[in-house]
Design a binder for this molecule. Structure first.
Ligand code: MN
Length: 162
């Protein structure tokens, strides 16, 4: 396939505009590549999870990007405790089938590819479906060094209330 050759005038014009932008940030450090396998998996603490959950850290909070990323894998039936996030949380279901619920609302099924926004201060939980594991990416911002407030565990009755 033959691609059109861009006009040199248009190209140089575009480059001049972006290179000349006044708001370019000051470079800070070098690019970093964290290789697969360099970050250890950790078990979801018993106080905050029912069943087996595994957390694979992806990236930490930084001064200029105030949200961490983590992959959380729930075995069938496993779920977080009820909790809130001071600045909210974005979830992306990477694989499997899971459940989530806001306090006072019905349990909702979530599937691979679904994207969930948990607004600041809204009490909720998330986990796997009863018979299927689920992994989600959790992107969570921090306020004063804190990104979650943990509450009571999700009871079996609450979990199975669909
Ligand atoms: Mn959450």
């Amino acid at each position: 396939m033959k691609l059109p050759i861009p006009s040199p005038l248009l190209l140089s014009g575009a480059l001049a505009v972006s290179a000349g932008a006044a708001a370019e940030p000051t470079p800070q450090g070098a690019q970093q590549i964290v290789r697969s396998g360099e970050q250890a998996s950790v078990a979801g603490p018993e106080n905050f999870f029912t069943g087996r959950a595994r957390i694979d850290p992806v990236w930490p909070v930084r001064d200029t990007l105030n949200a961490s990323g983590g992959l959380v894998t729930f075995e069938p039936g496993a779920r977080s405790a009820w909790h809130t996030h001071p600045a909210g949380q974005q979830l992306v279901v990477m694989s499997g089938v899971g459940l989530t619920q806001e306090w006072g609302k019905p349990v909702t099924e979530i599937r691979a590819g679904d994207v969930i926004w948990c607004p600041p201060g809204v009490k909720h939980w998330h986990g796997a479906a009863p018979d299927t594991a689920m992994t989600h990416l959790a992107v969570t911002a921090t306020v004063d060094g804190k990104n979650v407030t943990w509450m009571e565990k999700v009871s079996d009755d609450q979990y199975h209330a669909r």
